[in-house]
Design a binder for this molecule. Structure first.
Ligand code: SF4
Length: 244
């Protein structure tokens, strides 16, 4: 395979810096095209099958029908999430969806760290069930795709299209940085895409059952996650020094 133009080790900055896209996808389609041309099969999408995920899968399938998708299967997801994954498999049969499981089963985690680790130490639980599995999944590829949007939080507000990912020593591609929450939902409705039914029951952001709660009348798309803890991220997304 041809060596990609931009690697983690010699990252020159976002090649799209300063570009103000005016197309219908706010730059996402072009960034995905560039990314698959640059990284080929060494690019995976780590998808949580939230609203942004459904949009990205649809956009990705137009560029690379047999793209590789990784779902971090913590063993603690809602049945509605697994149902959605089955619908996505039917709609996009050429996509390759990997259900990446942690090294420890839930029983082994309980034996080693006590039951309901998410109540005592959610950071450690997220490390075991999400971060380490993603680390393993990314160890053999040059780049990964994420659905981060700038408006989601202060820590995501400086995210570029193409980023140096210090956490996973990789290139992180974020095609949806300019999208608003409303635009995500407009795209889903206009294109008739399947989505997680829990979104209709006041769950804007959906993760593991113990750490996801319905919310009431909020605009915050990350609300309802790790309620009661001073935690809004699972640790997968760490801004680079320049983006802090
Ligand atoms: Fe554990 Fe909650 Fe993190 Fe899921 S979101 S891995 S249950 S702490």
């Amino acid at each position: 395979m041809v060596k990609p133009a931009i690697t983690y080790k010699d990252f020159p900055g976002d090649p799209f810096k300063g570009w103000e896209p005016d197309d219908a996808t706010k730059g996402a389609a072009r960034v995905l095209q560039w990314s698959y041309e640059s990284y080929g099969n060494s690019l995976v999408y780590a998808c949580s099958f939230g609203a942004e995920g459904i949009v990205l899968i649809d956009l990705i399938s137009k560029v690379k029908r047999d793209a590789e998708i990784v779902f971090l299967d913590t063993g603690l997801h809602f049945q509605e999430t697994y149902d959605l994954i089955e619908k996505v498999k039917k709609r996009y049969p050429d996509l390759v969806i990997h259900m990446k499981k942690p090294d420890l089963t839930l029983e082994e985690q309980s034996q080693q760290h006590g039951s309901a680790l998410w109540k005592k130490n959610p950071d450690q639980c997220c490390y075991i069930r999400k971060i380490k599995p993603l680390e393993d999944a990314l160890s053999g590829v040059d780049a990964w795709i994420s659905g981060l949007r700038r408006e989601q939080s202060l820590s995501r507000s400086k995210t570029d299209f193409i980023n140096k990912d210090e956490r996973f020593k990789s290139i992180k591609v974020c095609p949806l940085i300019h999208w608003t929450w409303d635009e995500v939902w407009d795209y889903i409705r206009v294109n008739g895409l399947d989505y997680n039914e829990l979104h209709d029951q006041n769950y804007p952001s959906i993760g593991c059952i113990p750490c996801t709660f319905a919310v009431d009348g909020t605009e915050d798309s990350r609300a309802g996650r790790w309620s009661g803890f001073n935690k809004t991220e699972c640790g997968l997304h760490v801004p680079s020094e320049e983006q802090k």
